[in-house]
Design a protein around this ligand. Structure first.
Ligand SMILES: *Cc1c(COP(=O)(O)O)cnc(C)c1O
Length: 332
C-alpha cells in the first residue's frame, strides 16, 4: 500500500507519525453536471475509502489514530458518539482488526431506520456499549469509564466525538494533499470553495490546514450539523493550529500558515432543530442528489452540507468558481 503524501513531503514524519493505509487512494473526483445549472460542482468521493469499499471520512482519521494508539501500548479505544455514530462503528471495526478493543459511550439522538440499523451494527461490532444518554452523564461517568476499560496497567486511549484530535485531523491534511495532486494533474480545476459537513470539526480543520500547506487557495466552507459541540470558525482553526504544531513537533519542516478564523467559512443555517434532526432543505438536497447523481447521501451530515452548497449556487451576491463537495458518507 502506498506511503502517505505527508511522509513524502515531510520525510521526518515517516518515523515520528506512523500511518496505516486502510483505503484505496486517491479517492475519485468527478463533475456533478446535472446537479445545478448555475454553478460548476465537483465531488471528491470519500464513500468508498476503506477496506471492502466502505467507510467514508472516519477511515482517514483512523489511519493515523490506530498506529498512534498501538505505539502508546493501548489495549482499548474509549470514545463517544450518538447511538447512530458512524465514527464509533468505524473505530470499533477497524480497531478490532488491529487487535484493539473499543468501548463506546453513546448519547441519545433522534431515532429513525438508519439509526436503528446503525445501532444494530454497533451491537455486532464487538465494542462494549455504555448508554450514557446525555453529554452531562457521559462526562460524569468518565472516571468510571477510564477505570473500567483500563487493562494491564494502561488507561484506554481516549478519543473525543468524531475522532477529531490533532492526530485524527491529519487524515484530512493528507486528503488535501491528495486533492492538490489531482488539481496539479488536471483532473479537476482548483476549487474556489470546498464544502463539507462539520460534525466534530476534524475534517474541516484538516482540509483548511492541508489546502494551505499544499498551496491551494480553496476556501473551506464548513456546514455545521452538530449543536452539542462548539464548532465555530475559531474552534475549527484552533484545531487546525494544534495539528500544525503537532506536525512541527514531530519534525516536519512546516512553514507557519498563520491561519485565522477569517480563513474558513462556517455556516450554521442548515442545522435545523439540532444534530440528527431532519430538515426540509436537506430532504430536498437528498432528493435532488438521488435524481441527478449516483451519490448515496444521508440526512444527518451530507444532506445538510449539500443543501448549503445548493444555496451557494442560488446566491447571486456570491460568485463562486468551481465548488468541490466532499462526500464524507461511507455507508456500510
Ligand atoms: C462524522 C461525519 C462527518 C463530519 O466529520 P467531522 O470530522 O466529524 O466534522 C461528515 N459526514 C459523515 C457522513 C460523517 O459520518
Amino acid at each position: 500500500m502506498s506511503r502517505p503524501l505527508l511522509h513524502r513531503h515531510f520525510p521526518p514524519l515517516a518515523d515520528s507519525l506512523p500511518h496505516l493505509r486502510l483505503g484505496r487512494e486517491p479517492t475519485p473526483v468527478r463533475r456533478l453536471t446535472a446537479l445545478t445549472a448555475t454553478l460548476p460542482v465537483w465531488c471528491k468521493d470519500e464513500s468508498g475509502y476503506g477496506e471492502g469499499g466502505w467507510g467514508g471520512n472516519k477511515i482517514r482519521k483512523l489511519e493515523w489514530i490506530l498506529p498512534d494508539a498501538r505505539r502508546r501500548g493501548a489495549h482499548t479505544l474509549l470514545t463517544v458518539g450518538g447511538i447512530g455514530t458512524n465514527w464509533g462503528l468505524a473505530a470499533a471495526l477497524y480497531a478490532r482488526e488491529q487487535g484493539l478493543a473499543t468501548a463506546l459511550a453513546l448519547i441519545d439522538q433522534p431515532v429513525d431506520d438508519h439509526v436503528r440499523a446503525q445501532l444494530a451494527r454497533l451491537r455486532r461490532s464487538g465494542a462494549t456499549l455504555h448508554f450514557t444518554r446525555t453529554k452531562r452523564r457521559t462526562v460524569a461517568a468518565a472516571p468510571w469509564l477510564f477505570l473500567r476499560h483500563s487493562s494491564g496497567g494502561r488507561l484506554p486511549y481516549f478519543l473525543p466525538a468524531g475522532g477529531s484530535t490533532p492526530v485524527g485531523t491529519l487524515g484530512y491534511v493528507e486528503a488535501a494533499f491528495e486533492l492538490a495532486a489531482q488539481v496539479a494533474s488536471g483532473e479537476l480545476p482548483e476549487p474556489s470553495h470546498v464544502v463539507t459537513a462539520v460534525g466534530s470539526g476534524g475534517t474541516a480543520a484538516g482540509l483548511a490546514l492541508g489546502l494551505r500547506l499544499a498551496g491551494l487557495r480553496s476556501r473551506v466552507v464548513g456546514v455545521v450539523v452538530n449543536d452539542t459541540l462548539r464548532l465555530d470558525a475559531p474552534a475549527i482553526v484552533a484545531l487546525a493550529g494544534r495539528t500544525e504544531r503537532l506536525l512541527r513537533r514531530r519534525g516536519a519542516d512546516v512553514a507557519r500558515t498563520g491561519l485565522t478564523a477569517a480563513d474558513v467559512t462556517v455556516v450554521r443555517d442548515w442545522l435545523g432543530p439540532g444534530y440528527g434532526h431532519a430538515t426540509p432543505e436537506a430532504a430536498r438536497a437528498l432528493a435532488l442528489a438521488a435524481a441527478t447523481t449516483s451519490l448515496e447521501l444521508e440526512p444527518v451530515y451530507t444532506g445538510k452540507a449539500l443543501a448549503a452548497l445548493l444555496a451557494m449556487a442560488d446566491d447571486r451576491r456570491l460568485d463562486p468558481g468551481p465548488v468541490l463537495f466532499l462526500n464524507t458518507n461511507g455507508p456500510r
